[in-house]
Design a protein around this ligand. Structure first.
Ligand SMILES: CC(=O)SCCNC(=O)CCNC(=O)[C@H](O)C(C)(C)COP(=O)(O)OP(=O)(O)OC[C@H]1O[C@@H](n2cnc3c(N)ncnc32)[C@H](O)[C@@H]1OP(=O)(O)O
Ligand SMILES: CC(C)C(=O)C(=O)O
Ligand SMILES: [Mg+2]
Length: 517
C-alpha cells in the first residue's frame, strides 16, 4: 500500500494561532507526544522568529530520535543559517524554506517579479543544500499561483536539491476538485517530480482543509501537512486526526497508509488542548466530547445491538476506552434499562416502566440525566409504599415583603382535594395546606434537602421525617424544583404513616423504619 508521510506543524503553524504560543517546556512535551504518535516529520518552529523559538527548535532537535525535525525559514541566507543552527542536532534534520509564487504575493508583499522569485527560490534551496540533505521548498500561496509558473519553480528547486516540494493552500481558497487538478497538473508537468515528495499544506478558511488534503492524496501527494486539533493561522490547518482517520477508515477509497499510531490521537489532542488552552467544540470530529456519544434512543438501541450501526470507527482506535451513552430526553427504554443493569438495579418490567416514565419527565427538565439521577429514580421505585395520596399540582407565592402562600392539589382514589394556606415560607405554606387536606395530627421532626446532581438544573432530594405516636415516618421526594421535591417527600411520609396504620401495619412499619431513603 502507498505510504503517506505525515508532517505535523502544530509547533509552528499551530503556534501561529492567536493565543497558542508555547514555551520551551511545553514544546518539548508536545514534541515527545508527537514522536509517540508516530509523525514522520515535526516542524518544531521558525528558528529566526525569536531567541525562544530558536532554543525550542534546537532542544526538540536534540530530543527527538524517531521523527525528522524541521525548522521553517524564509528564502533568505540569514534565516537558513539560523534554521540549520537549530536543527543540525537532530538525527534526521530538515530545512524548510519558502517563498510566495502567487501574483498577489509577489507584487504586493515581496515586490519582486516572477523571474526574481524563481531565481531566489532556486538559489536559497542550493544554499540550504550545502548544510542539509533534506530540503523542503514551499511555494507559498500556491493554490492562487499561475500553474505553469508553479511548475517552473518546482522543477528548478528540485534541480537545486529540494527533496520535498510543498503546495500550500495558504489562504484556504481552493476546493477539493480544483486542488485535485492542481496536484495532477504539477505531477504531470514537472519533469523531475519523481525526485521529490509532493507535499500539501491546507488551511481551513472555507472549512475544506481536510477535504482538500484528501483530494490531493488521491491525486498523488505523498506528504500531508497538518496540526493537532486543526489549530493554526486564522481558521486553522487541516486537522491531523481527521486526515489520518479518514485515510484509515476509507482505505477502500484512498488505498494508502500512514505511520500514525492512531491510539495516541486522543491523548495528543488532550495535551494540545491543555497546553494551548484552546478548547475544541463538542461536535469536533474524532476528538470532540460528542464524537463517540449517543443520546437518541434509536441510535442507542442500534449501538447496543451492534456498534457498527452508528459508529464508523471504534473509540478504542483513537485512544478512548469506550463510547458514551448519554441519557436524555431522546433516549429510549433499551438504553435506560441497560444503564439500570449497569448500575446494578434489578427491577421488574413494571418498575422499569414506571422509572422510565419518571426519567422522561425528568429529562424534559434536565439537559442530561446522570447516573446519580438514575439511581435516585431507581431507588424511589424500590420503596413499595402504596400511593394513598397522589400529588397533582401546586402554586406558591412568596417574597420578602409578602406572606408566603401555597395552593396545593392532591388526590385520593378518585377524589381531588385542594387547599390554600399561608406559612413562614412557600414550603411551610405548602405543608400546612396539605395538613388541612389530610387532617391527621403529627409533627415535622426533620427536613433535609440536598442536590443529588451538579449544575443549575440539579435535582434536589428532600428527606422528611414525621413523628406520630412515637414512630418516625420517613418520606423522600425528588425534583429539579425544591418546593415540588418537598411536597412529594411530605406526601410520601404521610402515605407511609397511613399505610402503617392500616391493616398491614407491621410490614409497613418495618419498611419505614428499616431503610434510609
Ligand atoms: C504562510 C506562513 O505561515 S509564513 C510564516 C509566518 N510566520 C511568521 O511570520 C512567524 C515568525 N515571523 C517573525 O518572527 C517575523 O516576521 C520575522 C522574524 C520572520 C521577520 O521579521 P521582520 O524582519 O521584522 O519583518 P516583517 O515580519 O515585518 O516582514 C516580513 C519581511 O519578510 C519578507 N518575506 C516574507 N516572506 C518571505 C520569504 N519567504 N522569503 C524572503 N523574504 C520574505 C517580506 O517581504 C518582508 O520584507 P521587508 O522587511 O524587506 O519588507
Ligand atoms: C510556510 C507555508 C508552508 C505555510 O504555512 C503556508 O503557506 O500556509
Ligand atoms: Mg500555513
Amino acid at each position: 500500500m502507498r505510504q503517506i508521510k505525515v508532517f505535523d506543524t502544530t509547533l509552528r503553524d499551530g503556534e501561529q494561532s492567536p493565543g497558542c504560543s508555547m514555551n520551551l517546556e511545553e514544546k518539548i512535551k508536545v514534541a515527545l507526544q508527537l514522536e509517540k504518535l508516530g509523525v514522520d516529520v515535526m516542524e518544531a518552529g521558525f528558528a529566526i522568529a525569536s531567541p525562544g523559538d530558536f532554543e525550542a527548535v534546537k532542544k526538540v532537535a536534540e530530543t527527538i530520535k524517531n521523527s525528522t525535525v524541521a525548522s521553517l525559514s524564509r528564502a533568505l541566507t540569514k534565516d537558513i543559517d539560523r534554521a540549520w543552527e537549530a536543527v543540525k542536532y537532530a538525527v534526521s534534520p530538515r530545512i524548510h524554506t519558502f517563498l510566495a509564487t502567487s501574483d498577489i504575493h509577489m507584487q504586493y508583499k515581496l515586490k519582486k517579479t516572477p523571474e526574481q522569485v524563481l531565481e531566489q527560490a532556486t538559489e536559497m534551496v542550493k544554499y540550504a543544500k550545502k548544510f542539509c540533505s533534506d530540503i523542503e521548498f514551499s511555494a507559498e500561496d500556491a493554490s492562487r499561483s499561475d500553474k505553469d509558473f508553479l511548475c517552473r519553480v518546482f522543477e528548478s528547486v528540485i534541480n537545486a536539491g529540494a527533496t520535498v516540494i510543498n503546495i500550500p493552500d495558504t489562504v484556504g481558497y481552493t476546493t477539493p476538485d480544483e486542488f485535485y487538478d492542481i496536484i495532477s497538473y504539477i505531477k504531470n508537468n514537472v519533469s523531475n517530480i519523481h525526485k521529490a515528495d509532493i507535499s500539501v499544506h491546507c488551511h481551513n478558511d472555507l472549512g475544506l482543509g481536510v477535504a482538500n488534503s484528501l483530494a490531493a492524496i488521491r491525486a498523488g501527494a505523498s506528504q500531508v501537512e497538518c496540526t493537532i486539533n486543526g489549530i493554526g493561522e486564522r481558521a486553522g490547518n487541516a486537522a491531523l486526526e481527521e486526515v489520518v482517520m479518514a485515510l484509515a477508515t476509507r482505505k477502500d477509497i484512498y488505498g494508502v497508509e500512514t505511520g500514525i499510531n492512531t491510539t495516541e490521537i486522543y491523548p495528543t489532542s488532550r495535551l494540545i488542548t491543555s497546553v494551548t488552552g484552546s478548547l475544541i467544540q463538542a461536535n469536533k470530529a474524532i476528538v470532540g466530547a460528542n464524537a463517540f456519544a449517543h443520546e437518541s434512543g434509536i441510535h442507542q438501541h442500534g449501538v447496543l445491538a451492534n456498534k457498527s450501526t452508528y459508529e464508523i470507527m471504534t473509540p478504542e482506535s483513537v485512544g478512548l476506552t469506550e463510547n458514551k451513552m448519554v441519557l436524555g430526553k431522546h433516549s429510549g427504554r433499551h438504553a435506560f434499562e441497560d444503564r439500570l443493569n449497569h448500575l446494578g438495579y434489578n427491577l421488574t418490567k413494571e418498575e422499569i416502566e414506571e422509572a422510565f416514565q419518571a426519567f422522561k419527565v425528568l429529562a424534559d427538565k434536565k439537559k442530561t440525566v446522570t447516573d446519580r439521577d438514575i439511581e435516585a429514580l431507581a431507588g424511589q421505585k424500590q420503596v413499595h409504599t402504596p400511593e394513598i395520596y397522589t400529588f397533582e399540582r401546586f402554586v406558591t407565592n412568596s417574597g420578602n415583603t409578602i406572606t408566603a402562600t401555597a395552593n396545593v392539589k392532591i388526590s385520593r382514589d378518585e377524589a381531588v382535594f385542594e387547599e390554600v394556606s399561608t406559612g413562614d415560607g412557600p414550603i411551610d405554606a405548602a405543608f400546612k395546606a396539605i395538613d388541612k387536606i389530610v387532617g391527621i395530627d403529627f409533627s415535622l421532626e426533620d427536613y433535609k434537602i440536598q442536590a443529588v446532581t451538579e449544575g443549575k438544573d440539579a435535582q434536589g432530594a428532600v428527606v422528611i421525617k414525621l413523628l406520630k405516636d412515637g414512630k418516625i415516618y420517613k418520606g423522600s421526594g425528588l425534583s429539579t424544583d425544591i418546593i415540588e421535591a418537598s411536597i412529594k417527600g411530605y406526601i410520601n411520609a404521610i402515605n407511609k404513616m397511613l399505610y402503617a396504620s392500616s391493616k398491614q401495619e407491621k410490614e409497613a412499619t418495618e419498611d419505614v423504619e428499616g431503610r434510609d431513603i
